[in-house]
Write a protein that binds this ligand. Structure first.
Ligand code: ZN
Length: 195
């Protein structure tokens, strides 16, 4: 440490956040539904959705959030839609690619419908509404995940096995706790002075 350098006052960040590194929650409300990051992949009534041949139940790569059908879904950060998939059980899934200063991350949104005017290739600004929560009756909720890496097919996975099986890597692979990831990167978490 250089003894002649001016000390940086406690609580002051050396650099301001870059716009590309700012995130926000995709819904206006953020209340946990039945499954969190790393929960066993089960319906709220406990029925397992998928297990390995060994019987090990897969683990949830995202977090489920209480939502109502038609609730607007916003981009978590500036980025580009790189995938849209419609599944008979899970409705629409969207992947958005975000080039951050520290590398690429992908956010994953499930049980949503893309709004008209949005498609694969559309650019999004942080907070821009691009989808609506799908109606799944009593199972209606919003699923959100953060994949810490550039695109590969596993970025679509809503769950992964506890140890590799059936060609899938072990949880968490490149997924990170999405609520913690966002909480550390919101505009208000970048306060210039700590309290
Ligand atoms: Zn989920």
């Amino acid at each position: 440490m250089d003894p002649h350098a001016a000390p940086i006052p406690a609580g002051v960040r050396a650099t301001a956040p870059k716009a590309a590194d700012l995130f926000q929650y995709p819904l206006a409300s953020w209340s946990p539904h039945c499954l969190g990051f790393g929960s066993e992949w089960r319906y709220c009534n406990g029925a397992a959705l998928r297990a390995c041949a060994s019987g090990a139940v897969w683990l949830h790569t995202g977090t489920d959030i209480v939502a109502s059908a038609g609730q607007p879904v916003a981009a978590a950060a500036d980025g580009q839609i790189i995938g849209y998939m419609v599944d008979a059980t899970f409705r629409g899934g969207v992947l958005v690619r975000h080039p951050m200063s520290t590398g690429v991350v992908i956010t994953q949104y499930w049980h949503v419908w893309l709004r008209s005017g949005f498609t694969v290739g559309s650019s999004l600004k942080r907070g821009q509404v691009f989808a609506d929560v799908a109606d799944m009756g009593s199972r209606t909720h919003f699923h959100f995940a953060v994949f810490n890496g550039d695109y590969e097919p596993h970025a679509w996975n809503g769950a992964l096995p506890p140890s590799a099986c059936s060609g899938f890597p072990a949880f968490p692979y490149r997924f990170v706790d999405p609520t913690a990831f966002i909480a550390a990167r919101t505009a208000s978490s970048w306060r210039p002075y700590s309290s």
